[in-house]
Design a protein around this ligand. Structure first.
Ligand code: NAD
Length: 491
């Protein structure tokens, strides 16, 4: 079934060695429009043999790609960004139809994807080593070399954008990639792989093997010819992949979940805070790793702020992504059930449901924007990532209590502070255990800013120049200068 702005093939194969190819097992699975529950296309289920082929093709391609002069590598990666821009409307329509997100949010993801290719393209010829002073008898220097084959496993919430986030730095560093997107939302990844080929990247440098976590993802992350793994997804899968990687001593970059707190003091601009918080939790129906799941409000402004947030939430237009509403559906029926379970768990634990909590009486995986208050730290909805449009509100009395609440979870991806007092903003930023701290805003990161987790939210950093460290290893070269004759025994 076609959505406005895009037409789909019936079946999508794997993208290996620069072209689409059927899966060796002949199996396909439907990908569904979350706004209707209807299939929009079928996507190949990659087998262990397919993964093996993709990795060996990538290995061969990597050996040549690393020797392409860096300025030329940069130009080719930049060209991918141009093609993303040329095809932006189509890519946004694909993402919106496959993932469910409102069209304007999909457009913003695509613009971000283009920026990753542009940003990292400029770094391709600036990946310099160092010269190390060790005395007159030796010249010593470092070079930064690609790992070889980068395996990238991505989740279903920002598939196209996260493809670009991982693939662009991997490529400019001289690696070839094999990407395994999530089975729910593989279509934008496949289109982007085709654009990489169209941009002139050599065959085999970018490969996509679609399929399930097991066996497709499993075969990729345990493959002995994979040299580095970039994973974005849940903590449980991240832990599993790390164990697999231990068997082959393969480095991992893990971008995992969050349970992100925003702390609001009475001196903040409450109208602005309400806008930031509703955007922070309801964008992409809350299916955002850095969503603000926990709102920690000073007791003196709790009711005032809650009223503003509830008013915004209750005014939301909810509908299919292609109508560009405020809130689209959740990604799948399974995920809708999971979010409902958490809403039941919150009610049973004694939290007060202020608004939302119900599905819509229509096809598709829609759920109302939901706000709980009177949430206390021991409740499951206070500790576990729900990954839906569900905000949990807490009260606090002073800074110390706010920091204890904010840091009292296993996650540490993002956190925020809303205050007009600059010294307090700095104190809180220092004490929050999170890889990203927003002050008087939410979602402040850009392509240039490093992003990643403290604690169980991950290992390593994506985005910014720091991401390049995941795709380069340092070689030290030591050249002896002693005259050979001088160093002969007895000379
Ligand atoms: P998930 O962990 O279920 O799946 C992620 C990917 O891993 C999918 O492609 C899946 O097929 C694959 N996978 C599953 N089992 C595997 C295995 N045994 N071996 C190899 N691959 C396997 O996560 P999800 O439900 O798709 O995404 C939601 C999660 O992603 C949330 O926890 C969210 O916070 C996180 N996330 C984090 C970031 C970030 O940058 N920190 C960004 C987006 C999403």
């Amino acid at each position: 079934m076609d959505q406005p702005g895009v037409s789909f093939e019936d079946e999508y194969g794997l993208h290996i060695d620069g072209r689409f190819t059927p899966p060796s097992g002949g199996e396909y699975q439907p990908t569904r429009d979350p706004a209707t529950g209807e299939p929009i296309a079928s996507v190949a289920v990659g087998t262990v043999e397919d993964v093996d082929r993709a990795v060996s093709v990538a290995r061969e391609a990597a050996a040549e790609w690393r020797d392409v002069p860096p300025d030329e590598r940069g130009r080719l990666v930049h060209r991918v960004g141009e093609l993303v821009d040329d095809n932006a409307e189509e890519l946004a329509a694909i993402e919106s139809a496959d993932q469910g997100k409102p069209l304007s949010q999909a457009r913003s993801d695509v613009a971000g994807a283009r920026r990753y290719f542009e940003y990292y393209a400029g770094a391709a010829d600036k990946l310099e080593g160092r010269s190390v002073p060790v005395g007159p008898d030796q010249v010593d220097f470092t070079v930064r070399e690609p790992y070889g084959v980068s395996a990238q496993v991505t989740p279903w919430n920002f598939p196209g954008n996260l493809f670009a986030r991982g693939v662009a730095p991997a490529l400019v560093a001289g690696n070839a990639v094999v990407v395994k997107p999530a089975p729910q939302t593989a279509l934008s990844t496949l289109r982007l792989a085709a654009l990489c080929a169209e941009a002139g990247l050599p065959d085999g440098v970018v490969n996509v093997v679609t399929g399930f976590g097991d066996p497709t993802g499993e075969a990729l992350v345990s493959h002995e010819n994979v040299d580095t793994i970039t994973f974005t997804g849940s903590v449980e899968t991240g832990q599993h992949i790390m164990k697999r990687a231990a068997e082959t001593i393969t480095p991992v970059t893990l971008e995992l979940g969050g349970k992100n707190p925003a702390i609001v003091f009475p001196d903040a601009d409450l109208d602005a805070v309400a806008d930031h918080i509703t955007t922070g939790i309801f964008t992409n129906a809350g299916q955002v790793c850095s969503a603000v799941d926990r709102l920690l409000v000073h007791e003196s402004i709790h009711d005032e702020l809650l009223d503003r947030i509830v008013r915004i939430a209750e005014g939301y237009e909810i509908g299919p992504g292609w109508n560009d509403p405020d809130l689209g559906p959740l990604v799948s029926e399974e995920h809708l059930e999971r979010v409902h379970e958490y809403i039941d768990v919150g009610r049973e634990a004694g939290a007060t449901l202020v608004t939302g909590g119900a599905s819509l009486d229509r096809p598709g995986y829609f759920i109302e924007p939901t706000v709980f208050t009177d949430v206390t730290p021991e409740m499951r909805i206070a500790r576990e990532e729900i990954f839906g449009p569900v905000l949990s509100v807490f009260r606090f009395t002073d800074e110390r209590e706010a920091i204890a609440l904010a840091n009292g979870v296993e996650y540490g991806l993002a956190a925020g502070v809303f205050t007009s007092e600059i010294t307090r903003a700095h104190r809180m930023s220092r004490d929050l255990e999170a890889g990203t701290v927003y002050v008087n805003a939410w979602f402040g990161e850009t392509n240039q800013t490093p992003f990643g987790g403290y604690k169980r939210s991950g290992i390593g950093r994506e985005k910014g120049l720091e991401a390049l460290d995941s795709y380069l290893q340092t070689k030290n070269i030591a050249i002896g200068l002693e005259d050979e004759a001088d160093s002969l025994p007895g000379a």
